[in-house]
Design a binder for this molecule. Structure first.
Ligand code: 3PG
Length: 346
């Protein structure tokens, strides 16, 4: 196992207030939450805490707001959670934080990234957060590669533990990292170039085949340099997709080439769509790839909000062996990078 994490089940939580860091960063389509996988992930932990007699304050982020952007308010997510627990959310404040009361013992804070101090991992801000609770639980695997206040900063001040879903992610991904069935094929797509580009080169030390599509394939110059470095010495193979005219998808040929390579793998890890799948006309290559992958016998892991939403929409998600809530977090974990949010829970 890559980490020895302290489980949420180890402390006595009865009568305590728990700050539960959850993954709330879900994909939206036409103003509506498109996929609730990330919300399902931490529900077991919430349920466990409430049943064990704790008061729970849920906290998390949505998107990358610049200040307080109305369209990145957590309100739609609050409504989904309220529906699940049969409650009507009431707006309130908890110290300085705008929040909603969902039940006598369940609260949720507004988007933490409305405060710039969250991403700065500001100590005063972390203290304000822990001022609300006695215990901290992180069940937000998808955010655990970020050294932010609600992931790292708070753990300095109150006893901190790993949630049930986080433990499961670490268990499954540790097995892959420690002993993958080879050949291992990693497919990287999507946007978030600054997170993913460094991972492309890191993956070379780990995977046998690295296939790159999506927006990051556009950054050919850097990728070619990486490819060149590869050719001079290491054994893994890098294939960068060609983009269609306008650059909003990869070509059908590239998707087919990817499948040709992937069929030789015994383990396949996929994160990130190949094109701008928010628009139907640019989801062609992602669909070809997804349909081809599910027909392969390899052990298949998929990660990331948008990729999972896409596979659900096409009824293909069940054909993957494991769906990680993490996009960047999953890739960093598998690239052997120690995640700051996990290190502090050891
Ligand atoms: C994700 O979607 O990968 C997480 O929510 C982290 O989001 P970020 O890349 O904006 O930090």
């Amino acid at each position: 196992m890559q980490y020895k994490l302290k489980s949420v089940k180890s402390p006595r939580v009865k009568g305590k207030t728990v700050l539960l860091r959850a993954d709330l960063d879900v994909p939206f389509k036409n103003g509506k939450v498109e996929d609730e996988t990330r919300l399902n992930a931490w529900f077991e932990t919430l349920d466990y805490l409430v049943r064990s007699g704790a008061k729970v304050i849920i906290a998390g982020h949505l998107g990358r707001p610049n200040g307080q952007e109305e369209e990145l308010s957590l309100k739609p997510i609050v409504n989904i959670i309220a529906k699940r627990i049969n409650s009507k959310p009431i707006q309130t404040t908890l110290n300085d934080f705008k929040a909603w009361k969902l039940a006598e013992n369940v609260f949720i804070l507004e988007n933490l990234r409305f405060f710039s101090q969250e991403e700065e991992n500001n100590e005063e801000f972390s203290k304000k957060l822990v001022g609300l609770a006695d215990i901290y639980v992180n069940d937000a695997f998808a955010s655990s590669h970020r050294a932010h206040a609600s992931i790292v900063g708070v753990t300095k001040f109150i006893p901190s533990f790993a949630g049930l879903h986080l433990l499961k992610e670490v268990e499954v991904l540790s097995k892959i990292l420690e002993n993958p069935k080879r050949p291992l094929c990693v497919i990287i797509g999507g946007a978030k170039i600054e997170t993913k580009l460094p991972l492309v080169s890191k993956m070379h030390n780990f995977a046998d085949f690295v296939l790159v599509g999506g927006e990051i394939a556009e950054n050919t110059k850097v990728l070619l340099r990486v490819q060149h470095e590869k050719l001079s010495g290491k054994r893994s193979m890098l294939l960068v997709a060609d983009l269609t005219e306008g650059g909003k998808d990869i070509t059908q040929k590239s998707a087919e080439n990817f499948l040709q390579v992937a069929q030789h793998a015994d383990t396949i890890i996929w994160n990130g769509p190949m094109g701008l799948i928010e628009e139907k006309e640019f989801e062609k290559a992602t669909a070809i790839l997804a349909e081809g992958l599910v027909s392969l016998k390899a052990y298949k892991i998929v990660g990331g909000g948008d990729t999972i939403a896409f596979l659900k929409r096409h009824n293909l998600i069940e054909k993957f062996d494991f769906a990680s809530t993490g996009g960047g977090a999953m890739l960093e974990f598998l690239a052997g990078i120690k995640l700051p949010g996990l290190l502090v829970l050891e």
